[in-house]
Design a protein around this ligand. Structure first.
Ligand SMILES: N[C@@H](CCC(=O)N[C@@H](CS)C(=O)NCC(=O)O)C(=O)O
Length: 215
């Protein structure tokens, strides 16, 4: 299996957490989408040009972080079971995975995009922040009842949530949400995340140093 990804992409981090949880072997293929040549090469291989992308041992391409995780959870019986066996619990996990991607990850991205472009739109920014705070509040309520987001065990929904909360820490006062604060501490010491974090930190250091890979 090959995983095409970038360490600073939250959707890639979501899949990396899942692969480490499953103890699944894969060839890492880092794609630098900000580099026009690498982007063009990747698009030649996969026209939508989105990361992450999994190439399985049959050479089939699987896009979409959730689908990739569903696939590896089905393929590998090792490690953590990321989709629960019972229908009701699986439905809850899939629901929270969707809510986290749509209401947290994508909205954080919209704010980051505005900041990167120095876009002056305080009304839009306030609205997005309000929506994110509402999502954080409902996640906090759920975490007050559960050890991980959907119960006692670590699931697909945690793979989606951890990268978002780690990034949201810089813009939102997450410590004001007691259950999220406790969850973050627990997530930050989870082996799969510490493995991902090593690569994220190296990449951030490379970006700060002005490093650009030679295509
Ligand atoms: N819904 C997709 C989202 C993937 C996505 O938006 N990836 C971003 C990086 S985090 C990307 O590849 N953007 C490049 C582009 O849109 O051209 C998933 O869950 O994998």
């Amino acid at each position: 299996m090959e995983l095409f990804y970038h360490p600073l992409s939250r959707y890639s981090q979501k899949v990396l957490i899942a692969l480490y949880e499953k103890q699944a072997n894969f060839y890492p293929r880092v794609i630098e989408l900000s580099d026009p040549f690498s982007r063009q090469q990747f698009k030649h291989h996969y026209p939508p040009g989105k990361l992450p992308l999994l190439k399985n041992s049959l050479g089939e391409l699987l896009p979409e972080s959730t689908i990739i995780i569903e696939y590896i959870d089905h393929e590998f019986s090792t490690g953590t079971q990321l989709i629960p066996q019972t229908f009701e619990r699986a439905l809850d996990v899939r629901l929270f995975d969707r809510l986290i991607d749509n209401d947290l990850n994508n909205k954080l991205y919209l704010i980051e995009k505005m900041q990167a472009r120095a876009e002056q739109n305080p009304i839009k920014l306030k609205q997005l922040e309000k929506e994110i705070l509402a999502t954080l509040s409902s996640l906090n309520d759920k975490l007050a009842q559960n050890h991980w987001i959907c119960g006692d065990s670590f699931t697909l929904a945690d793979c989606a949530l951890i990268p978002c909360l780690i990034d949201a820490k810089s813009g939102f006062k997450l410590y004001e949400f007691d259950a999220i604060d406790r969850y973050l501490y627990q997530a930050e010491t989870r082996g799969a995340w510490t493995q991902v974090k090593e690569e994220v930190d190296l990449q951030k250091a490379a970006v700060l140093a002005g490093f650009r890979p030679i295509p």
